[in-house]
Design a binder for this molecule. Structure first.
Ligand code: PA5
Length: 406
């Protein structure tokens, strides 16, 4: 369940805001989700079919039994949601098998040297994920891992160690998978990278990690009821932006939600940051960052608003000296920081989930995806493209003279 308070710590900043105007626009966006152009978001089959789900779970069970290390290769939307959910749900010092390693997010030789050293004597299965099938970083990561695998397994065995997730028809990865007979999952053509965690892009690696993807999907499906709230949040963000708050800090008080804030940064930056528009997203993990960015939020240039994502129930650890649980102290910190920052000209929009589990994360991810799309439509930019990202991709390709092929 999601609860919210968009009023308490924004109130004084909203006088004379553009909310009335924005709410008029928001009505049409709500209609688009409810039976209009965007209603495909309400149909789970857009993301994954029942048959695919069965195959995902069966294949994931095979992978869990047959490797020490499961490598997920992908960048941006092809890995960020998965990483956010794994980090939120797995124990902090998880030693269970298979271990998950995310690759394809950098071009650092020192990092890859360490990876090669680490995986060379381990049983490895790799899932390469790229919608376009042509992104440089994952393609290079795959080349490196494939080279290591070729040294360990016979040509026949290789097919049990490589799983490709890509577009049904287009791109070099699809071509390669056909040529080599690799096992594949399809990314639905309608769903772009940063929205794809509920397609095989996220569902398969999450299932390998033992995450209950059926529950996650149930949360996602039910998240539909929060469409009006997500649109209200989009309106409030935009109203604050228009009150000279061009930066949004996504703030959490649970360490395990750090990557969730990273996912949020990616979701909002790529969905709304175009045509000279958009709110700059940053991320904050408290109470750690109260001792760095906290100073700026309290007394610095007052250009920031916060979206605080709180959790109601967690583990119970008693701190005798205060006669309180650690969680109670954390919640006091969350509240008092909102009060302090409000006084310091930094407003906060507050969103709470009951506890961190698959179902609630499904709902919360759906909430933020809906809101990011709605926010883009409010400022009249296309939520579904990312031409800025394509620009750097094509310049690198050009610099490499298009010589990069599998
Ligand atoms: O959200 C997006 O569309 C992007 O972040 C992509 O996921 C990212 O650029 C990777 O693209 P691809 O999956 O085509 O390799």
């Amino acid at each position: 369940m999601i609860t919210s308070d968009f009023n308490k710590y924004t109130f004084k900043f909203m006088t004379g805001s553009d909310k009335v105007k924005l709410n008029k626009k928001a009505k049409n966006i709500e209609k688009a989700f409810d039976g209009g152009d965007l209603s495909y978001w309400n149909d789970l089959n857009t993301f994954v079919t029942h048959e695919e789900l069965k195959t995902i779970i069966e294949t994931a069970n095979y992978v869990r039994e047959n490797c020490d290390v499961f490598i997920v290769i992908g960048i941006g939307g092809s890995y960020m949601g998965t990483k956010a959910i794994v980090e939120a749900l797995k124990p902090a010092f998880d030693r269970s098998k298979p271990e998950i390693i995310f690759l394809g997010t950098n071009l650092s030789s020192d990092y890859y040297r360490d990876v090669i050293e680490y995986i060379k004597d381990k049983d490895v299965i790799v899932n390469v994920i790229s919608k376009s099938g042509d992104t440089l970083e994952p393609n290079i990561a795959f080349d490196i891992v494939k080279y290591i695998l070729e040294g360990k397994y016979s040509e026949e065995e290789m097919n049990n160690h490589i799983i490709i997730t890509t577009d049904a028809k287009k791109g070099s990865l699809r071509k390669l998978a056909k040529q080599e007979g690799y096992f594949t999952f399809e990314i639905p053509s309608k769903i772009g990278g940063r929205f794809s965690v509920f397609t095989p892009v996220g569902l398969f690696p999450l299932a390998v990690m033992g995450i209950d993807i059926v529950n996650l999907l149930e949360g996602f499906s039910h998240g539909n009821v929060y469409t009006p709230l997500a649109i209200e949040y989009a309106v409030d963000r935009e109203a604050l932006f228009r009150k000279n708050k061009p930066v949004e800090a996504f703030v959490v008080y649970e360490e395990k939600l750090y990557y969730f804030t990273e996912w949020l940064k990616q979701l909002f930056a790529e969905t709304q940051g175009k045509n000279g528009k958009g709110i700059l997203p940053i991320s904050i993990v408290n109470t750690r960052d109260l001792h760095s960015l906290g100073q700026f939020l309290q007394q610095g240039n007052d250009i920031i608003f916060e979206t605080v994502i709180g959790v109601e129930k967690t583990s119970t650890i008693k701190i005798e000296k205060y006669d309180k649980t650690l969680h109670e102290i954390n919640k006091i910190a969350e509240e008092k920081v909102c009060v302090a920052h409000y006084d310091g000209k930094t407003p906060s929009l507050v969103i709470h989930i009951e506890k961190i589990n698959e179902y609630n994360l499904g709902e919360l991810i759906r909430f933020f995806i809906t809101s990011a799309i709605a926010g883009a439509l409010l400022i009249e930019v296309d939520p579904f493209d990312q031409p800025g990202v394509e620009k750097y991709k094509s310049l690198i390709k050009e610099a490499l003279n298009n010589i990069y092929i599998f």
